[in-house]
Design a protein around this ligand. Sequence first.
Ligand SMILES: Cc1ncc(COP(=O)(O)O)c(C=O)c1O
Length: 385
Amino acid sequence: MFEISETLKKIPPYLFVEIDKKKKNLIAKGEDIIDFGVGDPDLPTPSNIIEAMKKAVENPKFHRYPFGKGTKEFRKAIADFYKKNYDVDIDYENEICVLIGSKEGIAHFPLCFLNPGDISLIPEPGYPVYHIGTLIAGGQSYFLPLKKENNFLPQIEKIPEEIVKKAKILYLNYPNNPTGTFADYDFLKEAINFCKKNRIILIYDAAYSEIYFEKRPVNIFSINGAKDVVIEFNSLSKTYNMTGWRIGWACGNSFLISALAKIKENIDSGTFEAIQYAGLEALTGSQESVVKIREIYKRRRDFFASGLKELGFDFDLPAGTFYFWVKIENNSINFVDFLLENGKIVATPGVGFGPSGEGYVRFSLTIDEQKIKEAIIRMKKIWGK
Ligand SMILES: Cc1ncc(COP(=O)(O)O)c(C=O)c1O
């Protein structure tokens, strides 16, 4: 009776439907599934944040429409977070907008700047929302392959001139989902210069900025002139195990921030202020839990790495995030299917993140060490090791 819009028709079907169906069937049969699929922390939100939320939710002043770019207190805490961790200055009045999770902002932002025919430069493999947000805004995606031989950085200098002319947005995401790699200072500087020269907005997705192991990733605002072109998206989701709470922020160039705030004013009415209050506790309270979270992911990473090594897999140790990007010999959908059928193990086929993801599988280390151990045992059985 109803026909969906041309825009919705363009949105590709969920690629993992078949795997998800098989997974659910196996669970229904009572099989013990080990799920490395979803990038959603298994650990609980730290108790100090929960306590702050309990208190906030009882306060009637937080029960009204939140409106605007977020509470002053929370925006100040975000600015302090950048100062303390990265020695970077962010003006809480004009350079921050609180979001209902960073995904919300990433998806809405292209509506502010793309006109039909405009191009977004999108790394692949990558987080699918860059492409979907571009499509919804009526723009077109030009994909930039991330290859191991280029340290999983896009080759910006190779983008054809006619594409650069039509490009309005460049997306970058480091620490990177799904590859677990970082971008170095020189690359980010090159990206900023490219964007300045060609009047392109640089969307920097830093959702995993605090999930690092050996060293902290570079903050893009530590590079001179970044604020001329950059809007960074960040989040409490991964740092504080708060994916379900839906709270994040955008920060950077004040013009870009005000445009995003305008779109949001007309679509949602901001982030529940009790959640912003809890977010304030997350950023200003004890950071012991973040240190622990990093330690736990590092232990899981090292443990999984030694298992994969024994199994003979080819991979780079992730520098951050909780993902493992593992090279495989065959087709990634077949591989994932095989692993599910024979080991009752769920992983994500690399091709689901873009064509350059073919030949890889992503494992999300959001399960405990015991389960990781069991998964390695099952894999050894499958491959007779
Ligand atoms: C690269 C990347 N960016 C952004 C997000 C969105 O996170 P949130 O909306 O929870 O802040 C995710 C979530 O998985 C992600 O992987």
